[in-house]
Design a protein around this ligand. Structure first.
Ligand SMILES: Nc1nc2c(ncn2[C@@H]2O[C@H](COP(=O)(O)OP(=O)(O)OP(=O)(O)O)[C@@H](O)[C@H]2O)c(=O)[nH]1
Ligand SMILES: [Mg+2]
Length: 252
């Protein structure tokens, strides 16, 4: 584990058994989502699961309803407008905060984020306000990635770190555990990013608010089934959003 802030985390308000939510945004993840939910439910920690689906045409939401419609620990939001990873995460986080969850763990549906690592991320929230499942802290751990993809990802992290001045090794990982108190005091709906830049924008807000951020080494796995949703629009947003955030800060 490595930390990024000198400040001590806020005194723990966690009870002996914090309410934990695993939050997953989905778009066309029909083959992955039910096996992933099964794995999460079988973990040795008690958690609830919320899937926020953007009306996937492949029937992701229907598969969840069929498989887990009677399971009180599995929740589903189906969105029908303003699609996007970031927008879906915001809606899921607001849902969790309104229901008193203490810890929100975000992960991808495609098994790139190994569910077996969830308990260690949750445990690390005893020492940190935010814990990042980090591919690049203490060495590089990605499995079955083309070298070009690794270069793009590492360059992207360097780019974000340099422009925003954050002392965090993996700024773009979506595998994170947040203690809910970090969301108090600002309005999540003010986050402008709709795609994966959401991860950078949120982290930058929390970094500037001086929360204690830790990085837990994880191994990133290639997606199991289905297709990536990376698009030109998402990549463009990832390029200009850090510049926008930096400029906005210098005007404040
Ligand atoms: N709700 C919602 N979820 C999305 C959207 N785009 C992507 N996701 C989900 O966000 C997670 C990450 O998306 P991926 O397509 O795996 O992105 P990636 O990991 O960069 O790409 P690959 O490694 O190629 O899979 C997955 O669970 C997706 O289903 C979207 O527009 N809306
Ligand atoms: Mg993926």
């Amino acid at each position: 584990m490595s930390s990024t802030s000198e400040n001590k985390p806020e005194a723990s308000s966690q009870t002996a058994s914090p309410k934990i939510l695993a939050l997953i945004a989905t778009y066309n993840e029909k083959e992955n989502i039910c096996p992933l939910i099964e794995r999460l439910l079988s973990l040795p920690i008690a958690l609830n699961i919320l899937v926020v689906d953007d009306s996937s045409p492949d029937g992701t939401a229907e598969a969840i309803q069929t498989g887990f419609g009677n399971n009180s620990r599995v929740h589903l939001i189906v969105r029908d407008k303003d699609k996007g990873y970031g927008k879906s995460m915001i809606e899921g986080m607001q849902w969790a905060l309104a229901r008193g969850f203490d810890i929100i763990v975000t992960l991808d549906a495609d098994f790139s984020h190994n569910p077996a690592a969830v308990p260690s991320l949750v445990e690390a929230t005893q020492n940190y306000d935010i814990v990042i499942g980090s591919r690049y802290v203490h060495g590089v751990r990605v499995s079955n990635w083309r070298f070009s993809r690794l270069l793009v990802s590492m360059f992207g992290n360097w780019y974000v770190r340099t422009i925003l001045g954050m002392r965090i090794v993996d700024c773009t990982s979506g595998f994170r555990a947040y203690r809910a108190h970090v969301f108090r005091g600002f309005d999540l709906s003010l986050i402008r990013s709709s795609g994966y830049s959401f991860l950078v924008e949120l982290l930058y807000i929390l970094y500037r608010r001086k929360f204690q951020i830790g990085e837990e080494p994880i191994t990133y796995l290639e997606r199991r089934e289905g297709q990536s949703k990376m698009s030109k629009r998402i990549i463009l947003e990832a390029v200009w959003r850090p510049i926008y955030l930096r400029l906005r800060r210098s005007r404040q």
